[in-house]
Every structure is written in structure tokens, then in C-alpha cells.
Design a protein around this ligand. Structure first.
Ligand code: COA
Length: 160
């Protein structure tokens, strides 16, 4: 089944597709508008779009890229890490973030997935809680400006 046909929950014409280096401009623009405090430097965006061992997906509304997620394998630790997830401000609240997250998890196929989030980022924390993530730890002063990072974890396979 193609990636595009696996999204019954989005009935608005939005499609989830694999992203690659050709999405550099669109992903960079999205990161800048979605992370005014934490947007990645160009080199990191190039890295996440080109490195092996990364699941990267984009949400498209027609020709417009409205969301992006990237998840990395940390096989030595037996888990995967959501490196970034964002949805354009004009397109939020329509289930795009939730869908990108679920699709990324299912493609990562790892027993545990972790991520870090600013402790003030209520919308993202609520999305993660609803998706089954719980607080796993805290990285003091992890973010620019000195804010703590919450580490959240989702167990997908309790046997491993
Ligand atoms: C976090 C983010 C990706 C959510 O994307 P989205 O497409 O709006 O999310 P969805 O519409 O799929 O919502 C999923 C759930 O998230 C929660 N949520 C989303 N926006 C919320 C808000 N403003 N306040 C509270 N909860 C919110 C809700 O639980 C929602 O489920 P519900 O609609 O059933 O109530 C988006 O707000 C974003 O890009 N933020 C900036 C970047 C960012 O902070 N990324 C996370 C870094 S760790």
C-alpha cells in the first residue's frame, strides 16, 4: 500500500509523503516559521534530509508543504528519537501533527520512541500525551534561553 493511501484520518486532501533533499527549501521555511526560538541551522536541516537511518515525512496540501517530521534510529539504545515535528501555523488543529507522528512511529518500527520538548510547549506536550507518550526525564536548561527540556517516551512494544 502506498504511503499516500494509509491515511484515512485526513480527509481534507492532505497527503503524507516521504521527504528528501529536494524538500530543503520548504522544510527550512517551515522550521523557521514553526520554531522562532529553536530553528535548526541549515547544515542540520541538510543532515536530517540526507542522512541514512532517518524516517522523514512531509504533509502536503496540493503542492504546499505544510508539515514535516523526522525520526532517527538509535539502535544501540534500542529506540528511536523524534528529531523534529512541525506544522505550519495556518494548518494546525486539523490532525496533521498527530498523523505525521503516528506515521513516523509506524515507519520507525522501534519498541520505544523518545523526544524532547520545551516544558512550556503545551500544544506539543498535549499531542504527545494523547499519542501515548509519558514524561521520562528532564534536561535542565536544555533549550536556548535556559528552558528545561522534557524527555517523553512511548513504549510501542513492551516485550523489548
Ligand atoms: C505541535 C504541533 C506539531 C501540533 O500540530 P497540529 O497539526 O496542530 O496537531 P493536531 O491537529 O494533530 O492535534 C493533535 C493533538 O495535539 C493537541 N493540541 C494541538 N494543538 C493544541 C493546542 N493549541 N493546545 C492544546 N493542545 C493542542 C491536542 O491534544 C490535539 O488533539 P485534539 O485535536 O483531539 O484535541 C504544532 O503545534 C507545531 O508545529 N508547533 C510548533 C512546532 C513544535 O512545537 N513542535 C514540537 C517540538 S517538540
Amino acid at each position: 500500500m502506498s504511503l499516500e493511501n494509509t491515511l484515512p484520518q485526513l480527509d481534507t486532501g492532505i497527503r503524507i509523503k516521504r521527504a528528501d533533499w529536494r524538500d530543503l527549501g520548504a522544510v527550512r521555511q517551515l522550521e523557521e516559521v514553526c520554531f522562532p526560538l529553536d530553528s535548526w541551522p541549515l547544515l542540520e536541516i541538510i543532515g536530517i534530509l540526507t542522512m541514512p537511518g532517518v524516517v522523514r515525512l512531509k504533509a502536503m496540501d496540493g503542492e504546499k508543504t505544510i508539515g514535516f517530521v523526522a525520526g532517527e534510529y538509535r539502535r544501540a539504545e534500542g529506540l528511536a528519537w523524534i528529531a523534529t515535528i512541525c506544522v505550519h501555523p495556518d494548518e494546525r488543529g486539523r490532525g496533521v501533527g498527530r498523523t505525521l507522528l503516528a506515521m513516523c512511529e509506524s515507519r520507525l518500527r522501534m519498541p520505544r520512541v523518545r523526544l524532547t520538548v520545551r516544558e512550556s510547549n503545551a500544544a506539543a506536550i498535549e499531542m504527545y500525551r494523547q499519542a501515548g507518550y509519558t514524561e521520562f526525564g528532564r534536561w535542565p536548561r536544555y533549550y536556548r534561553g535556559g528552558e528545561d527540556g522534557l524527555v517523553m517516551e512511548k513504549i510501542l512494544d513492551k516485550r523489548r
